[in-house]
Design a protein around this ligand. Structure first.
Ligand code: ARG
Length: 607
């Protein structure tokens, strides 16, 4: 579905309106008037290339067309100049007055220059995707951090957004846990089918137990067929409602969920819903019946599948004997296994039915690893075929992996995965070191320092994540992420703290922010960036790409730093200049803080 926005008043829009009207008045297509930020900021603020394309069509001289267009801008006091460059590019330079007006307009706007969407949509963001008994590791960082940011961006833009963890609490893994625990504690009442009393309220396992039992059971299930069959049977019995297994499973879920929530909270990641895969279970049976009634289920060697590839959609597959055959691509969705169990894909389709019934979302966005792309292709196609969603309402916003220095998914030295809470603890340690090195935080109490170090650590991790496009695999390098220089989270926080400190000092001196008057080049640059926020947010929203927001926030922080070096704020005797510059600092801080918040970062008051 298309993304429609409320009318914008940024310069890009203002100048596009102006140029479009001029092209139309000269008898050309108004769309030629599209204006964009200049490729050569040293020469101009904005540019329009439309004269070239319309001249080509009209077989006219592009410079002559450009000259006619420019004539329409005479007397517009927003423009300091409009030059025709090269073969017929229009180069716009804004007047100081236009920049001042726009700065004051953004400063007075509670939305800080970004009007948001025209029509509120209901969006479900499926992210995080943690699993029972599996502690989160570095690989879970991407979906959590990107999902959290997109949730905040879409909500700020005006959509109604529901973040759902889609907790992996169902299926074969649960059966594995049940049978593995029985070997350790065979006397537990959960295993006694004759037991009719109340089960203990206390869980029989801790998170550490689960973290020990699960990986071992998972390994064993790969080779020990008797064990695997027991686990499969237990899975079926659990799903069929065996009382003791349900009670035991509930303990696994509770113990895991509490630990997961702690990890997420430490990272500043929140979900509105903690629905599990199990919550879709009641929808599975009627859905299978419905798929069957619609003629979509096909028997396949004892299993039941849905063919999702269109005629002609095939790929080559090499068989064991070396021969090559054409198989449907994407492959069919396995709806019911030969043992009669619902699979991962079945659960996902049933979840779509559930979400449709409970929320009726306009859009469901899945922030999940790229390696599950085919799975979602199968799931979405099945849902469209069955009419559970309309084409385009389901979207996989895929992400790449976090890699080690070897360019492969990150592993610890012993070949294991790095636990998320260990990772955060390491980041806090590094942040503490960095603060000390930089001579920062000396004046803080112990509690304040700890809070600052935590914020710096979270900013380092999250910004490193968000500054890469979600599909780009990036190399995990805590040393680089935690420095206060360069494109890092800590750099952004440091700039925010500088702004806060300027404003504190101003307040102490009884100085107040006033009307912004742009005169200096560094002020122009800063205001142009403040004006660019709306565009950056929209692109982030349309492309589901928080790296565009991250870029904007970073450039804003840099522009502030340049401004502050060039334009004294508290010094000097001109009261109007001081008030104007304080106004600019106040506004820049507001937009920076909003940008940080939309990325899920927060800045300390002091460092
Ligand atoms: N729990 C899954 C995993 O660990 C991720 C879930 C993603 N969301 C979904 N609707 N399938 O792979």
């Amino acid at each position: 579905m298309s993304d429609a926005f409320a009318p914008s008043h940024d310069f890009k829009t203002q100048l596009t309106d102006l140029a479009s009207a001029a092209f139309a008045a000269e008898g050309f297509d108004a769309s030629a008037g599209r204006v964009q930020p200049s490729d050569r900021p040293d020469l101009a603020d904005f540019q329009c290339n439309g004269a070239l394309s319309v001249a080509k069509q009209a077989k006219a001289n592009p410079r002559e067309v450009a000259t006619k267009i420019v004539a329409h801008f005479a007397g517009d006091d927003r423009l300091k100049s409009t030059d025709i460059a090269g073969p017929g590019f229009l180069n716009f330079v804004l007047s100081d007055r236009a920049l001042s007006t726009r700065a004051n307009e953004i400063a007075a706007d509670p939305r800080i220059g970004a009007p948001g969407v025209a029509q509120r949509r209901k969006v479900i963001i499926d992210f995080g995707g943690p699993n029972v008994a599996k502690e989160m590791h570095i690989g879970h960082l991407r979906t959590a951090v990107i999902g959290e940011s997109l949730k905040r961006v879409m909500r700020f833009m005006g959509d109604e957004v529901i973040g759902d963890a889609h907790f992996g609490d169902w299926g074969y893994q649960m059966g594995l846990l049940i049978v593995a625990l029985r070997e350790e504690q065979p006397g537990l009442p959960y295993y006694d089918e004759g037991f009719t009393g109340d089960y203990p309220a206390q869980p029989p396992v801790t998170l550490d137990d689960l973290g020990r039992i699960y990986p071992a059971a998972s390994e064993r299930g790969k080779t020990d067929t008797a064990f695997r069959d027991m686990a499969r049977k237990a899975t079926k019995e659990l799903q069929a409602g065996r009382r003791g297994y349900r009670a035991l499973w509930q303990h696994f879920v509770t113990v895991s969920r509490e630990a997961l929530k702690r990890d997420y909270a430490a990272l500043g990641v929140e979900f509105d819903l903690w629905y599990g895969e199990s919550d879709a279970d009641p929808y599975v049976e009627p859905m299978i019946a419905d798929l069957d009634a619609k003629g979509l289920l096909v028997d396949d060697q004892g299993a039941r599948v849905v063919h999702v590839a269109k005629p002609g959609e095939t790929r080559k597959k090499k068989l064991d004997d070396g021969s090559v055959i054409e198989v449907p691509s994407p492959p069919p969705l396995l709806a019911v296994s030969s043992e009669g169990s619902a699979m991962y894909g079945t659960t996902d389709v049933a979840t779509i039915v559930q979400r449709q019934k409970e929320f009726g979302p306009d859009l469901s966005l899945y922030i999940v690893d790229q390696r599950q792309a085919e799975h979602f292709e199968q799931v979405f196609r099945t849902a469209y075929l069955a009419g559970y969603a309309r084409e385009g309402q389901l979207e996989h916003a895929a992400n790449g992996t976090v890699n080690g220095p070897d360019g492969k998914p990150y592993k610890t030295r012993d070949g294991g995965t790095l636990k998320l809470h260990v990772l955060l603890a390491e980041a806090i340690e590094k942040a503490t070191e960095r603060l000390r090195e930089a001579g920062l935080g000396g004046g803080l109490s112990e509690a304040q320092f700890a809070d600052t170090a935590h914020k710096v650590a979270v900013a380092a991790l999250k910004f490193a994540e968000l500054s890469n496009h979600r599909l780009t695999n990036y190399i995990f390098d805590l040393d680089r992420f935690t420095t206060f220089e360069g494109k890092t989270g800590p750099y952004l926080l440091y700039q925010a703290v500088r702004m806060k400190s300027i404003l504190r000092k101003a307040a102490e001196q009884g100085l107040a922010a006033g009307t912004i008057e742009v005169t200096e080049p560094a002020e122009r640059e800063l205001v142009l960036l403040l004006d660019g926020f709306d565009g950056a947010l929209k692109e982030t929203y349309i492309k589901r790409a928080p790296n565009l927001l991250a870029d904007h926030v970073y450039r804003l922080a840099q522009a502030f730093s340049k401004f502050y070096a060039a334009c004294p704020v508290l010094a000097g005797d001109d009261a109007a200049i001081k008030a104007s510059r304080l106004g600019l600092v106040t506004l820049t801080l507001k937009q920076l803080e909003l940008g940080l918040d939309l990325m899920g970062l927060s800045s300390p008051d002091q460092m």
